[in-house]
Design a protein around this ligand. Structure first.
Ligand code: NDP
Length: 298
């Protein structure tokens, strides 16, 4: 029987810990973690994500501020807001919702965020710390950090002797996920669109992590019996069985087929996706402890 790794309960446990750590920081040191979320434009999916981030931050007891800028905001104006938030001592985490509207260049904006406030973990300083094995003083990209918690729920802290295959090499997910697995002593293979015979490589994995953005690409016969499958993909497909014009979310893995073979698997929806916001809150608390000169909680 396959083990289903549920995002809801796992994320709830992270949030409970964040709430306790935020309360302790305020009680013992008079510091309330502060998170600023910046959104430019009207993209509905981004609006939903940002609203959810701001709401969760409030639930965690944070000082939560949202800056909604209009579609035509200039690069300079956005950079000026980031500078202001960098200088604000009540703000410990700054998140600029991506993607930015056409005409704005996200990379200089991400790199303008102070590394210690970069709660998305995308600044080169944080990416570099992860790459050099410093998991203590940097901030780690939220989705891979969440996926790693799910891997550890099955395999524990030390992945020695296990072969992990990560399909996808984005800066946002694939690369940091590979680094985290390597840091935990897994033997890591990174696969991508130029990889030959992807199915055979996936079949070698004790831990198969897929973040590609192609609906149900990984089939059941790509999965090694008993493997742990972490499906990061979020793809919206038509669902005429639910009524005309209806859609539903699926992952990059064919869940039904893979669940027949895998030992453990994350569902979509209800899996890794739910971890991202929880890890954003965890990063904000970590940032608040670090900026207060205190050791961040484990
Ligand atoms: P990107 O588009 O940045 O990267 C996709 C990666 O997949 C690339 O490395 C690409 O290879 C690789 N790829 C594309 N097609 C194939 C193929 N046919 N075979 C093998 N590899 C392939 O996507 P992201 O990493 O940002 O996201 C991936 C998925 O994860 C998306 O569905 C996204 O929605 C989801 N996601 C979910 C998050 C969450 O749950 N909160 C957060 C982040 C992502 P190459 O480099 O060679 O082009």
């Amino acid at each position: 029987m396959v083990r289903r790794i549920e995002g809801k309960t796992t994320a709830a446990a992270v949030i409970d810990k964040v709430k306790a750590e935020a309360a302790r920081l305020e009680r013992d040191h008079g510091v309330k973690p502060g998170l600023a979320v910046v959104i430019v434009g009207e993209d509905p999916a981004s609006q939903t994500y940002v609203a959810s981030k701001s709401r969760t931050a409030k639930e965690c007891g944070f000082h939560s501020v949202q800056h909604s800028l209009p579609e035509g905001t200039s690069q300079d104006d956005l950079a000026a807001l980031v500078d202001k938030l960098n200088a604000d001592p009540a703000i410990h985490g700054v998140l600029v919702q991506l993607p930015l509207p056409k005409g704005l260049d996200s990379e200089p904006i991400i790199q303008a965020i102070k590394p210690e406030k970069d709660v998305d973990g995308l600044h080169v300083v944080n990416a570099g710390k992860l790459a050099t094995g410093d998991l203590k003083t940097g901030l780690i990209s939220c989705t891979p950090a969440g996926a790693m918690i799910m891997v550890r729920m099955v395999h524990g802290q030390d992945l020695s002797g296990l072969h992990a295959v990560v399909v996808g090499r984005s800066n946002l997910f694939g690369k940091p996920m590979g680094q985290l697995l390597l840091n935990a002593n897994a033997t890591v293979t990174m696969a991508h669109s130029r990889t030959k015979d992807l199915a055979s490589i996936c079949r070698m994995a004790d831990i198969l992590v897929v973040a590609v953005g192609r609906q149900q690409m990984v089939r059941g016969d790509w999965v090694k019996p008993g493997a742990t499958v972490i499906d990061v993909g979020i793809n919206r497909i038509d669902a005429p069985e639910r009524g005309e014009g209806r859609t539903r979310l699926v992952g990059d893995v064919n869940y039904t087929e893979a669940a027949e073979v895998a030992g453990a698997i994350t569902p979509v929806p209800g899996g890794v996706g739910l971890m991202t916001i929880a890890m954003l809150m965890a990063n904000t608390v970590t940032a608040a402890y670090q900026q207060s000169g205190l050791a961040a909680p484990d």
